[in-house]
Design a protein around this ligand. Structure first.
Ligand code: B12
Length: 461
């Protein structure tokens, strides 16, 4: 029996203990890869999700000694690079002959990372990993040698993918909704988004394939689902077919998804609501139309359309939540005020505010690189903790016009002003009462918000 360990590292380890931002989301990409290995190879996949399992570096060493894996595959977003390096270091020490693969978002946007860090990683696979990782393992087993870098071959028809193998994780360690994806990629290319480096052309599954996966999940999820798609409503016909499928099966579901302001209207939201949609996340980014269009390359809707879409969701009883970025190149105090006005007076139910983090794979990263804010050498030193452990104050922000203190202050003020309004706070508390775990988590966030002005889950303050 040849085991392949698939590891989701934490953001970093301190004295061997894992530190991370969020532990409540299952590592869907690794579960897809595991399902593919099970169907198309004879390798036995094991998923190690370090932070939710609370594993220390010495626990990992023990797992490696016990499992003696044929290969180790490590997943990493850019902010997990320190964790990935520390995991690879343990693998090198405990299983020196075991090939180490790196995949996921970081290497897809920074494909020379593995060559630059060849002492720790043997191979990198960019883009979607299922098919190419399986082929690579088979070739290694047959005694072939592999190039250091392989480009992941995207799955043409997503209906050909086996469902993620959720038996490989302990469900109780994650939040209640069952996470799933109905598509890969997004037809739009916003400047700050790293998806284009990973996903290639936008593709979606058929409604019947998604419904079949849900049928297998209804019992464990108690009907609560969260779609991870970048843009769930990119294909309108799909959404109608999916919602009709849910209704005709008589399922009582409660689900959330992400969409774009200009891809939602009353007819669509009504259909989604009837199929159990409770909330839609919209990337709004800024209250300044010019900043949104020119700096963030998010075009196609104005502020009037934003207010109209939010109103339309509220009318149907669907929560509209907004994602914002403060301080992107071209930001100004006046533009921050426009954002504040939009956040406080448009009827949003929740907001998530970020600062401009240049991640490889995004247009913003290329611009930040040209501006001398970040480069590959920086990423290598970041990954090795040469600049300090963790993220805050270590990973750079791409701020051009305003300084860090000004945007952080604006972020704290906005969070406080938004969430401490009685109608918003009470709405959260009412919903949280249904789940003690979420209640505890939100109370922690609420206390953090009162004390420091931000949610405790934000990487930057
Ligand atoms: C869900 C999600 C999260 C979840 C966690 C997800 C998890 N546990 O995997 C949470 C909420 C924690 C999260 C947090 C953040 N996220 Co996020 N997130 C997503 C999201 C929406 C979906 C991820 C997903 O499930 N994809 C579906 C699966 C099928 O794809 P996948 O995981 O990428 O896996 C495939 C490939 O990457 C590859 N692969 C993956 N691992 C491996 C391993 C090996 C060995 C191989 C060979 C291949 C391989 O094969 C897989 C199958 O094809 C994506 C956007 C997106 N649509 O992808 C952003 C995304 C991954 N997040 C992103 C960011 C920036 C963040 C945050 C920094 C946001 C913030 N400012 O706080 C934090 C960082 C958290 C951290 N721990 O470091 C960026 C990553 C950019 C980058 N270069 O790192 C993305 C791409 C968003 C974007 N559009 O820019 N996120």
């Amino acid at each position: 029996m040849r085991t392949v360990l698939l590891v989701n590292p934490p953001v970093w380890f301190a004295d061997g203990e894992p530190h991370t931002l969020d532990t409540e989301y299952p590592p869907l990409g690794l579960l897809y890869i595991a399902a593919w290995l099970r169907r198309y190879t004879t390798f036995v996949p094991r998923v190690v999700d370090v932070a939710p399992q609370g594993l220390t570096l010495s626990d990992l060493a023990g797992i490696l000694r016990r499992e003696r894996p044929f290969a180790v595959g490590i997943a990493a977003m850019t902010l997990q690079l320190q964790g990935a390096v520390e995991v690879a270091t343990v693998v090198r020490r405990e299983a020196p002959r075991c090939p180490i693969f790196l995949g996921g978002n970081h290497v897809s946007g920074d494909p020379t990372f593995v060559e630059r860090n060849a002492d720790l990683f043997d191979h990198g696979i960019t883009r979607e990993g299922e098919r190419t990782f399986a082929d690579a393992l088979n070739r290694l087993e047959a005694g072939e040698s592999l190039p250091v870098m392989l480009e992941g071959e995207p799955i043409g028809s997503l209906d050909d993918l086996p469902f993620p193998d959720r038996t490989l994780i302990d469900r109780r360690r994650y939040l209640r909704p069952e996470y799933l994806m109905a598509s890969r990629g997004c037809p739009f290319h916003c400047d700050f988004c790293a998806t284009p480096a990973l996903a290639g052309p936008a593709r979606r599954r058929s409604a019947s394939d998604v419904l079949e996966e849900i049928a297998s999940l209804v019992r464990v999820s108690r009907g609560r689902l969260a779609f991870q798609d970048d843009n769930f409503t990119a294909d309108r016909d799909f959404v109608f077919a999916f919602c009709e499928g849910v209704r005709s099966r008589g399922w009582s579901l409660r689900w959330i998804c992400s969409s774009r302001i200009d891809l939602v209207d009353e007819e669509l939201v009504r259909s989604m609501k009837q199929a159990g949609c409770e909330g839609i996340h919209f990337g709004i980014e800024s209250g300044s139309e010019r900043l949104r269009a020119e700096s963030m390359h998010k075009r196609g809707f104005d502020n009037a359309r934003i207010r109209e879409t939010i109103r339309c969701c509220r009318t149907q009883g669907v929560r509209a939540n907004g994602f914002f970025i403060l301080g992107a190149p071209g930001e100004s105090v006046e533009r921050l005020e426009e954002t504040e006005d939009l956040i406080l007076h448009s009827g949003l139910s929740a907001v998530v505010i970020s600062l401009p983090l240049p991640f490889p794979g995004s247009g913003m990263y290329e611009r930040a690189k040209r501006a001398g804010v970040i480069d590959e050498d920086f990423l290598d030193r970041f990954a090795r903790k040469a600049l300090g452990a963790g993220i805050t104050g270590v990973y750079p922000l791409y701020l051009e016009s305003l300084d860090h203190e000004t945007v952080s202050r604006a972020m704290r003020r906005l969070y406080r002003r938004f969430y401490l309004r009685p109608e918003v706070a009470l709405d959260w508390i009412r919903r949280d009462l249904a789940s003690p775990r979420v209640l505890v988590q939100d109370l922690r966030s609420g206390l953090h918000l009162l004390a420091r002005g931000t949610s405790c889950r934000k990487p930057f303050e």
